[in-house]
Design a protein around this ligand. Structure first.
Ligand SMILES: [Zn+2]
Ligand SMILES: [Zn+2]
Length: 202
């Protein structure tokens, strides 16, 4: 989908692009999801673990969500479910409120005329008039969607039975009895009187 220049010019959008590496629809969807999720929860960017995110995909959108929400892989408040769904849950540990956003099916649907013209362009079989017509439809559809705000992109499900994942565990490190490397204590397994790391078990 066409991404309007007004969105691309925003400073926080540029921060997402810088982190992700390129502009794409995926990162833009993540940007919209994070904006809407935080707005619905009345939350600011997470300094520590007050906000959590659960993503159900590992696509481009996850990078923008980490940048905007401050929920990151490293902080342990960013959780991944391998469901292959464009669905994102935002939840607050402070208010115990949560919301799940699911990308609307219509976002995946391209109008017939746009699709037909796109096929002609791909086959290098397009007149100048058709090329212009395509650009007009493509840009108008993007402008129209984005003008309606992030709400236009997602179905919103408030979460009533909020069951938050536990906070990131903290444990001292001790040496593995086989390789001697320091390992977080909770990740060691006892084997015949020895504490063994997961690398040595494998
Ligand atoms: Zn991307
Ligand atoms: Zn080891």
């Amino acid at each position: 989908m066409y991404i309007p220049a007004a969105i691309q010019a925003k400073e926080d959008y540029q921060a997402c692009i810088q982190f992700h590496g390129h502009t794409c629809m995926g990162v833009t969807i993540g940007y919209q999801a994070a904006k809407l999720g935080m707005k619905l929860l009345g939350e600011m960017r997470a300094v520590d673990e007050e906000l959590i995110v659960i993503v159900e995909t590992d696509a481009c959108c996850c990078d923008a969500i980490q940048v905007l929400t401050g929920c990151t892989f490293g902080k342990g408040n960013f959780f991944y479910l391998d469901y292959g769904k464009m669905a994102f849950t935002f939840a607050s540990r402070t208010t115990e409120q949560g919301v799940r956003l699911v990308l609307k099916p219509e976002i995946f649907q391209i109008p017939e005329r746009e699709k037909a013209l796109a096929e002609k362009i791909a086959a290098h079989n397009v007149s100048i008039a058709e090329q212009k017509e395509y650009e007009k439809i493509y840009e108008a559809r993007g402008e129209e969607f984005f003008s309606r705000g992030p709400e236009a992109f997602f179905d919103i499900e408030p979460i009533t039975d909020l069951n938050l994942p536990p906070k990131a565990p903290r444990a001292p490190s001790i040496a593995c009895d086989i390789c001697g490397e320091m390992v977080m204590k909770t990740k060691l397994t006892e084997r015949g009187g020895h504490l063994v790391c997961r690398g040595c078990q494998d």
